[in-house]
Every structure is written in structure tokens, then in C-alpha cells.
Design a protein around this ligand. Structure first.
Ligand code: NAD
Length: 505
């Protein structure tokens, strides 16, 4: 696995010198973004932004209050009437300009995001600004191609089915890919004619603030996209409880997902879409077409972005007859990974996003050992004297389904390995989880592949790959991985409601 050297959109290579220049740019103190301009907030509270690269203070953000959220929701509500009445072709025009601006500022956005959350730059560049620009463009282009329906009624009546925007959409996202995940919700919501208030993750707010400023520069009317930074328990909760918010579109942990459902029930019964975590099984059969390739891709599937990926293949299930060979290949690839400065193009893996997350990961390692799992590699913090939060890729074998490591998401670079005997055993182990976000199956047998795709309870089952995706396919979970779908035209439907006109002729 290599950390990158991805292409710029114009085909030129990302240069280390450009990155080094951007990483030295001082970041001014940040305000909320409301009604098209910076908004200091009502009570002046601030939060420090610490870079996981070196533990240094990057800047401060506003610690949003309920009053700040109320101001943003007010601006969004006021902007809704005009934006929802804007012709789809005009919304498209503005959003296409917005996508272009995101792409033109891709490297700046990527470096800003990496300084904030520690993702390796190659991955951050592709997954954050570039994919976000693609997402905005996809929904912009789609929105003037969506038709209503004429119902097949009897001749005496005409039944028309319109799709209408819902109103004010609250977007709450986590810190692993705030821009990409944010765009998956913001872009279809805006394209469909809604207005939006975003609550970024408190430890990675900077790129979403910049995104809103770029939207404004592109001509998005004031109040259509607003950002309130701050703590989840305060600004996030105020958004979830607000009586004039129509939808909460959320990605994050199951615990917060449950709270959002409660907040909806306690306020105005707003819709809540939940994209939660996973404990995704990656199943390797002995007849996998290329064991070395399977090992290489599986390593990427768990360790990229230090394992902080919702669809990470964190449970590796390997058929007993190929176990020794596969594990030898996998450990060899793992040993070659370079963990280090995420803004160094030669690093494969960057920093864990925060000291709190690093300690959570290290606690999960200690617990796995106490419960009897066998540590094959990793488990420790790296580069301590940098002041940053780095962790070695960690592999545990002999993990049984009852162990915490098999059941609970770590959201860090920690892999649980279990061996299985036959297909029935593989299905039983794969589904031995309360989650159902993603999975993979490696086999050269087409029938096995199709049977496994049907048998595994997950929103996506990869075959002979891990983690590949595209804006054209829906993403979301089964079971306690949540409900609602990001991406594809299905997501556009999530931000509209059906209105029927019943006309007597
Ligand atoms: P988190 O649930 O702690 O926080 C997510 C967001 O919710 C943050 O913006 C936070 O400020 C906000 N929040 C916290 N408490 C809140 C409250 N009471 N009311 C309203 N908002 C509140 O998650 P995290 O630690 O930022 O991210 C890691 C989690 O996200 C993992 O569990 C991971 O699996 C999940 N995740 C899921 C997906 C997916 O697509 N399914 C993608 C990425 C991450």
C-alpha cells in the first residue's frame, strides 16, 4: 500500500514542497458561518484545536451555544422560501460553480483537514476535497432530471405526485472524513431545495467552515448553508432539539445516534437518518483468486486512515486451510507500512485523530490481551517525542466471537482475526455482530460469492476487493449500523417528501 502521490485534477503531481508551504500557513481564529458571513456567536466561548500531527495548538473555534444554533436555523428558515422556489436548473448552475471552487482549492482544503485530523495526505486529498467536489457535481447534475409522477387513476381524476424539499436540514458529522461525509448530506439536501445547518465534529471543523465560505463565493444565497461549530452535547444537541429543524442527517457513533432519536421524540418528531459504526467481516476463502492481492487489499481495508473508517474490515475471517499462508502475507505487508507525519508523501498511515481516540485504542488492545486474544504485531503508540498521536498497526489472532474485540468497534488500527472451517461457519461468524455496515468475500467461486452476498447482513458486500465505492451506489447500514442512505439518487429522495395533488376532472 502506498500513501499516495495522487494526481492533481489538472493531471500534475502533488508536490511535497507545495504541501510544506501550506502546512506553515497560520490559521486565524475561526467563527461560525451564518447567513453568508462569519458570526462570532452570542456568548464568546472558544475551543482549542489541537493538531494530532504534533500536539500543537492550531487555532481556536467558536463553542456554539443553543442561541447560536437558533440564529443559524433562523437564517436557514428565512433562506428556504427563495431557495426552494429557485428553478432546479439555476440551483444546478450555482452548485456546479461550488464544485469547481472546491476542486480548485483541493490541495489547500486537504492540507487544512490533515492538520486538523491527521489523515495521510494522499488519502485525504482524494477522499475529502476531490470526492466532495464530485459529490456536489453529481447532485447538481441530477436535480434537473428528476420528474414527478402521474398516478394511474381512473379517468375522472388526475393524481399528481410531486417531490418537495423538506425544509431545514441539520447535518452532524464525525471527524474521520468530515468533508466527504458532510458533502454526502449537504449536496443532495441543497440540490433538492433544502437549506442546511452543519454541526462539524469539534476536533475537525476547519474544512467544513472553509467549504461554506467557498459555497458563498460560488453564489449560494446567504443562509442556504450555515455552519455552527462546537461540542456535540451543546450545539449538536440544540440542533437535534430545535423545533424548526425538519431533518437530522447524522454520521457517527451508535450512542449519539440513540440520543438523536430521543431528541427527535422530545421535540418535533423530525426525521433522523443514522449512519453508524460497524464491525465489518472480511472473509477469505481458500479459493481466493490471488492470496497475495487479498492480503494486500485487506491490510489497506483495515489500516488506512489508522482504521478510522466506518466500513473498515476490522474482523478478518480466514479459512483454516489457507490461514498460515494468508497470515504470513498479511503480516509481511503490514510490517512494511510506514506510520508517520501525515503530510509527508512517503507515509502510508498518518496520526490517530486525537489523544482521546489514541487512548481508547490502547485500552482496546489491553482488554483484548486480558480476554485471551493473541497479539501478533503492533499495539503500541509510535513517535511519542513528536508530540503527535501515532499508533502501530495492530493484529490480534485467535479472537473468538464472545471477545470484546470481536463485538465492539475500536475505530482504530486494530484487527481481529478468526479462522473458520467451511461456508456455514463463515456465515455464522460474519453475522455474529449487532452491526451490518459492510463486508467482503474473497473467493474464485461465483456461486460461493453470490451465496455469501445474500447471506451476510450488511449494506454492502464487496467481492474480491475491499472498500471500493463510487457516488453512484448507496451507502448505509443494516441492523445497528443505522438507517437511511447516503450517495446515489436514493439519497436525493431522502431530502424530499411526496406531495399528492388529487384533481377532479
Ligand atoms: P460521535 O458520535 O461521538 O460524534 C459524531 C458527531 O455527533 C460529532 O459532530 C459530535 O459533536 C456530535 N454529537 C455528539 N454528541 C451529540 C449529541 N448529544 N447531540 C447531537 N450531536 C452530538 O462520533 P465520532 O467519535 O465523531 O466518530 C466516530 C464514530 O462515527 C464511529 O463510531 C464510527 O463508526 C462512526 N462513523 C460512521 C460512518 C458511517 O458512514 N456509518 C462513517 C464515519 C464514522
Amino acid at each position: 500500500m502506498s500513501g499516495g502521490h495522487p494526481s492533481r485534477p489538472d493531471g500534475a503531481r502533488m508536490q511535497q514542497a507545495q504541501i510544506d508551504q501550506l502546512r506553515r500557513v497560520a490559521i486565524p481564529e475561526q467563527s461560525h458561518f451564518v447567513a453568508g458571513r462569519a458570526f462570532a456567536g452570542t456568548d464568546g466561548g472558544r475551543l482549542d484545536v489541537i493538531s494530532p500531527i504534533d500536539g500543537q495548538l492550531l487555532t481556536t473555534i467558536a463553542d456554539g451555544s443553543a442561541a447560536d444554533v437558533d440564529a443559524a436555523v433562523g437564517a436557514a428558515r428565512q433562506a428556504f422560501a427563495a431557495w426552494s422556489a429557485t428553478a432546479p436548473a439555476e440551483r444546478k448552475r450555482v452548485l456546479l460553480r461550488f464544485a469547481d471552487l472546491v476542486e480548485q482549492n483541493a490541495l489547500e482544503l486537504a492540507v487544512l483537514g490533515v492538520r486538523d485530523n491527521g489523515t495521510e495526505i494522499g488519502m485525504a486529498y482524494r477522499a475529502e476535497p476531490l470526492s466532495s467536489a464530485g459529490t456536489i457535481r453529481y447532485y447538481a447534475e441530477a436535480v434537473d432530471k428528476v420528474y414527478g409522477e402521474i398516478a394511474p387513476t381512473g379517468h375522472g381524476t388526475l393524481g399528481l405526485v410531486h417531490r418537495e424539499p423538506l425544509g431545514v436540514v441539520g447535518v452532524i458529522v464525525p471527524w474521520n472524513f468530515p468533508l466527504m461525509i458532510g458533502a454526502w448530506k449537504i449536496a443532495p439536501a441543497l440540490a433538492a431545495g433544502n437549506t442546511v445547518v452543519v454541526k462539524p465534529p469539534e476536533i475537525a471543523s476547519l474544512t467544513l467552515l472553509r467549504l461554506a465560505a467557498l459555497a458563498s463565493e460560488a453564489g449560494l444565497p446567504d443562509g442556504v448553508l450555515n455552519v455552527i461549530t462546537g461540542r456535540g452535547g451543546c450545539a449538536g444537541e440544540a440542533l437535534a432539539l430545535h423545533m424548526d429543524v425538519d431533518v437530522i442527517a447524522f454520521t457517527g457513533s451508535g450512542a449519539v445516534g440513540r440520543r438523536l432519536l430521543e431528541s427527535s421524540a422530545r421535540s418535533n418528531l423530525k426525521r433522523v437518518y443514522l449512519e453508524l459504526g460497524g464491525k465489518s467481516p472480511n472473509v477469505v476463502f481458500a479459493d481466493a483468486p490471488d492470496i497475495r492481492q487479498a492480503a494486500k487489499v485487506s491490510v489497506n481495508g483495515i489500516f488506512r486512515n489508522s482504521g478510522q473508517v466506518c466500513v473498515a474490515g476490522s474482523r478478518l475471517l480466514v479459512q483454516a486451510s489457507v490461514y498460515d499462508r494468508f497470515m504470513a502475507e498479511m503480516l509481511e505487508v503490514t510490517a512494511r507500512l510506514k506510520v508517520g507525519d501525515p503530510l509527508d508523501l512517503t507515509s502510508d498511515i498518518g496520526a490517530v485523530s486525537s489523544a482521546a481516540q489514541l487512548h481508547k485504542n490502547l485500552d482496546a488492545v489491553a482488554l483484548a490481551e486480558r480476554e485471551g486474544a493473541v497479539r501478533l504485531t503492533g499495539g503500541e503508540q509510535l513517535h511519542k517525542d513528536s508530540g503527535g498521536t501515532y499508533m502501530a498497526p495492530t493484529v490480534f489472532a485467535e479472537v473468538t466471537p464472545d471477545m470484546t474485540l470481536a463485538r465492539e468497534e475500536v475505530f482504530g488500527p486494530v484487527l481481529a482475526v478468526t479462522r473458520f472451517d467451511d461456508e456455514a461457519d463463515a456465515v455464522r461468524l460474519a453475522n455474529a455482530t449487532t452491526y451490518g455496515l459492510a463486508a467482503a468475500v474473497w473467493t474464485g467461486n461465483l456461486s460461493t460469492a453470490h451465496r455469501m452476498v445474500r447471506a451476510i447482513k450488511a449494506g454492502v458486500v464487496h467481492v474480491n476487493t475491499y472498500g471500493g465505492t463510487d457516488i453512484t451506489v448507496p451507502l448505509g447500514g443494516f441492523r445497528q449500523s443505522g438507517f437511511g442512505r447516503d450517495k446515489s439518487l436514493h439519497a436525493l429522495a431522502e431530502y424530499t417528501d411526496l406531495k399528492t395533488a388529487w384533481i377532479a376532472l
